[in-house]
Design a protein around this ligand. Structure first.
Ligand SMILES: NC(=O)c1ccc[n+]([C@@H]2O[C@H](COP(=O)([O-])OP(=O)(O)OC[C@H]3O[C@@H](n4cnc5c(N)ncnc54)[C@H](O)[C@@H]3O)[C@@H](O)[C@H]2O)c1
Length: 416
């Protein structure tokens, strides 16, 4: 999230510096290259050459900046409690170099209260006061990786400062490079806005995933139902079922909110329920695969299962929290002989998934399709040739309704 923002600042004419602990990213940027598909290398090269985009691992440069945006990870611990360690260490690093007049904006998704209760006290340790000596605000990242229509530049930026001056200054910064800025009354409100947005998605995906399971039992296609319901011009918004949630946001962020409200004796029931339903989807996919193999008098054990797409969504290279990894781990545990193809994820490192073995993407050939006992579409990248899959794979489980229509050898999630 930091790089797309840095590029927009550089485009607007600011002299922008990326500070990261990861020396490989820094070296890549300093060679004038991008390291994520959403940011073209041409942009990085242009701004790097013009001296408006630099990168360093040296935090002491922080003292020379007018503004500092924090875009570090906010994962969950295994217990599903927020892990603010990255935020805390980044803020401690900034605190050491904080200068009067600087603006600090937290962008990492987090629970309401983080900016005022966690970030502010650390920054004020040296004696400078937020709103008086330096400026502090929260402004959530809203980028949708892989989305060509809605980008960092044209997605409105919500901003809430610790004081009205803090909000105003952050608004001035963003308005130079982002089309629209929406001011709210406090960092807490801005933090909650982001959690509402992501909880809205998690809950609606949970609802439609549950509907898919109902449709499975009732012999109805959930895909046909959602598409027909989506013709209603008001009061309905289509969400589609799938193999489970993935990425750094939707499976994680709502639990920041449910954790926080526990402090005030409140139980966030929708969030927990959606978490249960969405978290169980990979197991339903495995059941579907077992059913499909069963129809051919085969078991998961010793069957050759080819997984198509392991990224958490279409046309991106991010495998964090991807449901494909859960599906694969369960299949492996049950003795399936796994292979996968994903043009965006050529390697799957042992440390990145529960089964803990290194794997490499196999080429998607007609022979590979024909040799599999079951081909499973988990993530329907645009590069997949549906006709070829339909023609050569003897048995298919399609979790995304990638293959429109129905065939005797295709088993779909949420459809007869
Ligand atoms: N990826 C998304 O789609 C998305 C969308 C909206 C919001 N967000 C939120 O944005 C935040 C960042 O997500 P991301 O996907 O960009 O994460 P990321 O892991 O891709 O990038 C974070 C970077 O921070 C660096 N870092 C960690 N600690 C540091 C420190 N102390 N000092 C300097 N650098 C440090 C890491 O090395 C890494 O390069 C998270 O809170 C996430 O929830 C992400």
């Amino acid at each position: 999230m930091g790089l797309p923002l840095a590029v927009e600042f550089a485009r607007a004419g600011f002299v922008t510096t990326g500070v990261d602990l990861d020396a490989r990213k820094i070296d890549t940027l300093n060679r004038g290259e991008s390291y994520i598909p959403d940011v073209p290398t041409a942009d990085v090269a242009q701004f790097h050459q013009a001296g408006r985009l630099r990168a360093t691992t040296d935090p002491s440069v922080i003292a020379s900046f007018d503004t500092i945006n924090i875009c570090v990870p906010t994962p969950l611990r295994k217990t599903k409690d927020p892990d603010l360690s990255y935020v805390v260490s980044a803020v401690e690093m900034i605190a050491k170099h904080l200068q009067p007049g600087q603006l600090v904006v937290l962008e990492s998704t987090t629970y309401p209260g983080t900016t005022d209760e966690v970030v502010k006290p650390i920054l004020e340790r040296g004696g400078l006061v937020a709103g008086r000596d330096f400026f502090l605000a929260f402004s959530p990242e809203r980028v949708d990786p892989g989305n060509q229509t809605w980008t960092t530049k044209n997605v409105p930026k919500v901003v809430g400062g610790t004081t009205p001056d803090c909000t105003r200054l952050a608004t001035l910064l963003y308005s130079a490079s982002i089309d629209r800025v929406v001011e709210v009354s406090s960092p807490k409100v801005a933090e909650m806005v982001k959690l509402l947005e992501n909880t809205f998605r998690a809950v609606n995906i949970g609802l439609v995933n549950e509907l898919a399971l109902m449709c499975d039992r009732l012999g109805i296609s959930v895909w046909e139902v959602v598409d027909a319901a989506a013709t209603k011009p008001f009061g309905f918004m289509p969400f589609y079922p799938g193999p489970g949630l993935g990425g750094h946001c939707i499976p994680i962020d709502p639990f920041y909110l449910s954790w926080k409200v526990k402090e005030v004796g409140f139980e966030a029931r929708f969030i927990e329920l959606a978490g249960h339903v969405n978290g169980a989807m990979p197991h339903h996919v495995v059941d579907k695969i077992a059913d499909a193999l069963n129809s051919r008098s085969k078991s998961v054990r010793n069957s050759k299962i080819l997984i198509l797409g392991i990224a958490y969504k279409r046309d991106i290279d991010d495998i964090r929290e991807s449901p494909a990894l859960d599906v694969m781990a369960v299949l492996k545990q049950r003795g399936g002989q796994l292979s996968y193809h994903d043009p965006y994820a050529p390697h799957l490192a042992a440390r990145d998934w529960p089964a803990g073995v290194d794997m490499a993407s196999v080429p998607l050939t007609t022979q590979a399709l024909a040799a599999a006992d079951c081909v499973v579409i988990i993530t329907d990248h645009k590069t997949f040739n549906h006709q070829e899959i339909l023609t050569h794979a003897p048995l298919i489980v399609d979790t995304r309704n990638a293959l429109k229509g129905s065939w005797p050898h295709v088993f779909k999630l949420g459809a007869p």
